[in-house]
Write a protein that binds this ligand. Structure first.
Ligand code: ADP
Ligand code: MG
Length: 250
């Protein structure tokens, strides 16, 4: 479904991604771990075109996206194509990024109404179903500042799902949460995975990675150092760097 091939990305002189290749199959849940600064967020941002790549290729459902091969290296895809791609990939960030001046319901229908030009009543019906799914039907008319971090993040997930994405990207969705709020968010993500959603999840929640992940990828210094089943990576990592990292976080 997604194929990332030899992607390079630099910010000025800092090479943040140094040849990353990754394939994700439909329905697969890929968990990405690695030290701070290793390029995990940048990788997700390159996948959904929030960043331009300098070399390599990203394909989503067979189509090259974001940066296309041109006569003189890569050239940027049309804004229309990028917008279309973004709406088929939902992204959830560590910092919820809800619109503070909109109610929960308005947050969830915003994308469908403004981007997909869905009529309001249809969008509301979808939003109500999704808020029910994330356990927040009773909060539909409150503002984000009246929610806990965990509730905000569940709204953010509902908002992403309202665009009917074919793939979801999660960037440390529980890292900003108080410990007691983490479980509710992970439960929603687990349910999504069980329904067959294709997902890339940057997280250090090892329980989630083991239980829900089909594959775990360890990144360090802009490269994928090691990739394998959760069992392989957590119980018998091949690389010393993976072992060191796991020891440091467990
Ligand atoms: P991770 O998510 O694994 O912690 P990031 O992808 O956020 O890592 O960052 C990788 C490196 O790229 C870091 O050194 C970070 O400071 C740098 N970086 C990320 N975004 C930018 C940016 N927009 N401009 C300059 N440097 C950046
Ligand atoms: Mg990050």
């Amino acid at each position: 479904m997604l194929s990332v091939y030899d992607v390079h990305k630099r910010f000025d002189r800092l090479e943040v991604l140094r040849g990353v290749s990754l394939d994700v199959k439909k329905g697969e849940v890929v968990v990405v771990i690695g030290p701070s600064g290793s390029g995990k967020s940048t990788l997700l941002r390159c996948i959904n075109c929030l960043e331009k790549i300098d070399a390599g290729e990203v394909r989503f459902e067979e189509e090259i996206v974001g940066m296309l091969p041109g006569k003189h290296g890569l050239k940027e895809d049309s804004r229309k194509n990028i917008a279309r791609l973004r709406s088929s990939m939902g992204m959830v960030f560590q910092q919820f990024n809800l619109f503070p001046h909109m109610t929960v319901l308005e947050n969830v229908i915003e994308g469908p109404v403004t981007v997909k030009r869905m009529n309001r009543s249809e969008a509301v019906a979808i939003a109500d179903r999704l808020l029910d799914k994330v356990g927040l039907q009773d909060k539909r008319d409150v503002y984000p500042n009246q929610l806990s971090g965990g509730q905000k993040q569940r709204v953010a997930i509902a908002r992403a799902l309202a665009m009917e994405p074919r793939m979801m990207l999660f960037d440390e969705p529980t890292s900003a949460l108080d410990p007691e709020l983490v479980g509710g968010v992970l439960a929603v993500m687990k349910e999504l995975a069980e329904e067959g959603m294709t997902m890339i999840v940057v997280t250090h929640e090892m329980g989630f990675a083991r239980e829900v992940g089909d594959r775990v990828i360890f990144m360090d210094e802009g490269k994928i150092v090691e990739s394998g089943s959760p069992e392989e990576i957590f119980s018998r990592p091949c690389e010393e760097r993976t072992r060191c990292f796991l020891n440091s976080i467990l």
